[in-house]
Design a protein around this ligand. Structure first.
Ligand code: ATP
Length: 572
């Protein structure tokens, strides 16, 4: 059954999953607090991600700062290009995502990829109104707005910094160190779970578009010529694909096919992306995403980030809309090349040849004694340019003189004097820039999906019941211990059982307020998979009832056997 956003937000607030931050001061859009249940569920979700995408894949995890200096974002392209389209209402002054207004009012799905002028024209053409006050936005300018939060590092403004808009840069920037820990050997993967910040123009739909959120990103560094993913592990996994072709045909066609077939037919262009789509499909299933409300959507050519050659989003259906919850991108060598160009460090790895090879290498006289005083301060640069030319264009040395450009000036050197020669050298390998495959999970959107897809309704003893069908692995509390009455020693025995279960590392809640029926409903609604009830029989034979949330079936279990029984149930 599809739940509305309002149902989720109401339940989340009432049961301590999440609620708006700083509400006592009026609240600020785009910031949320995870309450006691929510923080526990989020932590369990992150642990499940860690388990599947890091531990089981043999990848490592780091924790980098959330504030980074401006130079990082100059290199990454975020300073110039991490923009959304903004339109400001001429009447009430509120700002809105111009592309979203167009998408909401038309059947255009990726207005983000259109030029701002075209979006302004569409706003005028459809006479779109301000969502806040209803004034017409026709004729209003649409401009670009950079989403990064800026700050100053230390006093004064000499050292600008930014709150990171994605966790990935913290991994790319540290690549020179990380490759050392990997002993210079590809492939290797580095993950990070942490906060990212985006000054979203119009935060909306509670956790789905916020200004501070958590990402779980994996950057898997590979040698594009030598490394291949272990596709056999996921070849048989069935995935619902909404390909670029199906989107262009506009037939809404989601086709379920195996990863093996999708790679073979070329529907998924990158075997590395295919591998992670397969791994992630089973993981989503494990954490309770409803596979009937899930699909992988391929990016259309105009929508792909400039660096990415094949991109797919995992999307979940939430309140009637498909929402991106994870992006899978083959980023090629874009990021490491950029940092290699801007930073003073080595972002390559050394790829050893199977056998050393002998190559001819053109060189010039290393001391360049020919470059007399007339070359002035440019001598070193001219020498360097001649070296570069010798390595890249031998034909430049065929004439009597060779001319190079340095700093906009031409310098001419007699070829003989430059000491041009071709030598044989032995090379053991070469430096290459690794390629990157990136699954980028938005933890908050995955969290929201898990809640939404878990919320169910049925009837128990003729009464409607709402419950959260959370996997036991994720549930904030594994078991609730409930004395039938809080008297006659039932409560004391129940508290002893609580202690025993907690000592065994099981997450336990104790509840003795209200009728037993009400207490079951409360636990059902919070998603607690098991309830232990201590009744009068318990005092006689030391057994308790163990109730299953989904079926509501109860069995009698000896107290001694409880810890093991519950641990086994939780492990599935
Ligand atoms: P969108 O198009 O929805 O703004 P995006 O394509 O910019 O998202 P990415 O840069 O690919 O998102 O980030 C990876 C993941 O981070 C997304 O799949 C999403 O789950 C999450 N994410 C991005 N922006 C937000 C946000 N403002 N609030 C919550 N989660 C977000």
């Amino acid at each position: 059954m599809t739940r509305t956003d309002a149902d989720i937000v109401e339940l989340a607030k009432r049961r301590g999953y999440f609620f708006q931050a700083s509400a006592a001061y009026g609240g600020v859009a785009g910031f949320y607090v995870y309450g006691p249940q929510g923080a526990a569920l989020k932590r369990n979700l992150e642990d499940a991600w860690r388990d599947r995408f890091l531990t089981r894949e043999g990848h490592v995890e780091i924790e980098a700062p959330t504030i980074m200096p401006e130079a990082v974002f100059e290199a990454s392209g975020h300073l110039d290009g991490f923009d959304d389209m903004i339109v400001e209402c001429p009447e009430c002054g509120t700002s809105h995502r111009a592309d979203h207004l167009v998408e909401d009012a038309t059947d255009i799905e990726d207005a983000e990829s259109l030029p701002t002028a075209e979006v302004a024209d569409l706003i005028a053409e459809h006479d779109l109104a301000c969502p806040n006050c209803g004034a017409s936005l026709a004729g209003t300018e649409v401009s670009e707005f950079n989403l990064m939060f800026a700050t100053n590092i230390g006093p004064g403004s000499a050292s600008p910094g930014y709150l990171r808009p994605e966790t990935a840069q913290g991994i790319f920037v540290e690549f020179p160190r990380l490759k050392e820990y990997a002993r210079g050997q590809l492939p290797f993967g580095v993950g990070q779970i942490g906060t990212a910040y985006r000054n979203e123009i119009s935060p909306r739909r509670s956790l789905i578009r916020v200004r501070e959120f958590t990402q779980a990103e994996l950057e898997h560094f590979v040698d594009p010529e030598r490394d291949e993913p272990p596709l056999h592990r996921v070849a048989a996994v069935e995935v619902p694909l909404y390909s670029a072709e199906a989107q262009r045909a506009d037939d809404g066609g989601i086709e379920t096919t195996t990863i093996g077939e999708a790679v073979e037919s070329g529907v998924i262009g990158s075997p590395w992306v295919a591998y992670y789509l397969g791994v992630a499909r089973d993981w989503y299933d494990r954490i309770g995403v409803d596979m009937d409300r899930f699909r992988y959507r391929q990016h259309l050519a105009g929508e792909r980030a400039h660096y990415a050659s094949d991109c797919w989003d995992a999307e979940a259906e939430l309140d009637g809309n498909w929402i991106e919850i994870t992006g899978f991108a083959y980023r090629g060598d874009y990021d490491l090349t950029k940092h290699g160009q801007h930073a003073d460090d080595d972002f390559t790895v050394f790829r050893q040849y199977d056998e050393p090879i002998t190559v001819e290498r053109a060189t010039v006289d290393p001391d360049m004694s020919v470059l007399g005083p007339e070359f002035g301060g440019a001598a070193a640069d001219v020498a360097e340019e001649l070296e570069r030319l010798a390595a890249t264009d031998e034909s430049a040395f065929e004439g009597e003189e060779v001319t190079v450009e340095v700093g906009g000036e031409s310098y001419t050197v007699p070829t003989e004097a430059a000491g041009f020669a071709v030598e044989e050298v032995t090379e053991a390998g070469e430096h290459i820039t690794p390629h990157v495959v990136e699954p980028s999970f938005g933890v908050d959107r995955v969290f929201y999906t898990v809640l939404d897809h878990a919320l169910r309704e049925d009837e128990v003893d003729g009464e409607a019941r709402t419950y959260l069908h959370l996997p036991a692995e994720l549930a904030p509390t594994t078991v609730a211990v409930l004395p039938l009455m809080s008297k006659d020693g039932l409560d004391d025995r129940a508290r002893e059982i609580v202690e025993t279960l907690r000592a065994a590392g099981i997450g336990v809640d104790y509840d003795d307020s209200g009728t037993i029926g009400r207490r079951y409903r409360r636990q059902d609604e919070v998603g607690t998979p098991y309830c232990v009830t201590v009744d009068y029989e318990s005092l006689e034979d030391d057994t308790v009832t163990l109730r299953d949330r989904d079926t509501t079936d109860q069995v009698r279990v000896p107290v001694d056997a409880l810890p093991e029984r519950i641990a086994a149930l939780r492990a599935g």
